[in-house]
Ligand binder design. Structure first.
Ligand code: SAH
Length: 398
């Protein structure tokens, strides 16, 4: 039987939660020392024991659980999950109907009312990511709900708990049709090869859809494009399809080479005409400077943290330095697509990093466009801190 626990909230948290804040932190509780089982239902009350909300206990690095409803009578059962899912699916009606896009996010955790649960769509296949043992304890109900609401061609899942949000190596297949990988999905008419059963990542980060489109449609024609931290080269594909004269993709991971070749190949691009470098981006900056290489467009999309034998990098600390290195190999009048998914700072802060880099190098710039999460990556109303993606497209003046 699932545990049902009454928990008293501190008054500040009562206010936040009443306003729709979905995350439960340890600090929100009057008695955080009470032991709870993963998946316990939490009946949250104020200091006068009045009902505030219902949540569940599930440890993530972010917090200890999530609010599920503020209606006292609402039960957390298959019907509840099916309702959340059909609301989420209805919001993505345009994407379901689009012929030129077949990969997108269907359910974005707290933004769709269930923190810790992410569901992505890849051409009829569904990929479910579980972020805590607590939410995973609802697995049967959630899969039943999903199958009631949509037509699932095949189901895959990733367990991202017990290992600090890292991925647990396993067979990700759950039920339905087994995919033949690579599966080719479409995004605004571009093809991307994905594999739903090959480690933590699928080959594409769906949250950059609008940025890839912008790069293709507005910034690539006749340009040389450098794609740093390129992973499978998704931005490079967009650049070539947008008419780039040449792309250079740089990533440290050995697998990025065959994966990038594959992304070019499925789009009918001659990959031998493109440059793909397996190397540390920071070494590449030195290499490029030594060879007097300069680019018209540079894409910067580093991981929030990176560690190599020689160095550690954190976007929160080192972004200005990364931009300064980039400026040395960007043509005057060129474009920098500066991106970060680090949730620990906001857009305003990110722009101060950009400003610092330009001020330190005595260069001026213009912000041409800004992007955050696309519409299928729903975030809770009034809480922009859940909108972790920040992309600024910058024109380098001289
Ligand atoms: N921009 C990519 C996603 C980047 S994921 C896209 O849009 O698809 C981060 C990538 O950075 C990973 O592929 C990782 O291998 C790479 N990486 C991490 N540290 C690096 C470094 N120091 N030099 C080059 N690549 C690095």
């Amino acid at each position: 039987m699932r545990q049902l626990i009454e928990m008293k909230l501190k008054s500040k948290s009562v206010k936040d939660i009443t306003n729709g804040y979905p995350l439960l932190s340890k600090e929100a509780l009057e008695n955080p020392e009470v032991t709870m089982e993963e998946g316990s239902i939490l009946h949250l009350v104020d200091t006068n024991n009045r009902y505030v909300a219902t949540g569940y206990y599930g440890l993530q690095n972010k917090g200890i659980g999530w609010v599920l409803t503020r209606k006292e009578k609402e039960k957390i059962d298959t019907k509840f999950f099916a309702k959340k899912m059909s609301e989420a699916v209805a919001k993505r009606a345009n994407l379901y109907e689009a012929d030129d896009t077949t990969a997108f996010r269907v359910f974005n955790g707290e933004g769709d009312g269930i923190g810790g649960l992410i569901i992505d769509y890849y051409d009829g296949f569904y990929m479910v990511s579980w972020y805590s043992e607590g939410i995973y304890s609802f697995r049967d109900d959630i899969y039943q709900a999903l199958n009631e609401v949509v037509n699932v061609r095949g189901l895959y899942e990733k367990l991202r708990f017990n290992t600090n949000g890292q991925y647990l190596e396993q067979d990700d297949y759950v039920s339905g049709e087994k995919g033949e990988f690579p599966l080719i999905v479409l995004e605004n008419g571009m093809k991307y090869a994905v594999d739903l059963n090959d480690g933590a990542m699928t080959g594409i980060f769906l949250d950059q859809r609008n940025v890839r489109k912008a790069l293709r449609d507005h910034y690539s024609k006749g340009k040389t494009v450098l794609n740093t931290f390129s992973y499978t080269g998704a931005f490079s594909v967009a650049a070539v399809l947008g008419g780039a004269t040449e792309t250079t993709s740089v990533d440290l991971a050995k697998r990025s080479l065959p994966k990038t070749i594959e992304q070019f190949a499925v789009n009918g691009i001659d990959y031998e005409a493109q440059d793909i470098k397996v190397m540390n981006v920071f070494d590449y900056f030195r290499y490029a400077a030594r060879h007097d290489l300069k680019f018209d467009v540079v894409v910067l999309d580093p991981p929030s943290f990176a560690r190599t034998k020689k160095m550690t990098f954190s976007t929160a600390k080192d972004y200005p330095k990364l931009l300064k290195d980039t400026l040395k190999i960007t043509n005057d009048g060129g474009i920098i697509v500066a991106s970060t998914n680090n949730a620990s700072f906001n857009m305003k802060k990110f722009k101060t990093f950009i400003d610092k880099a330009f001020t330190d190098t005595n260069k001026s710039y213009r912000v041409l466009e800004e992007y955050q999460l696309p519409e299928d990556f729903t975030v809770p109303h009034n809480f922009p801190e859940f909108n972790y993606l920040k992309v600024v497209i910058i024109k380098v003046m001289n």
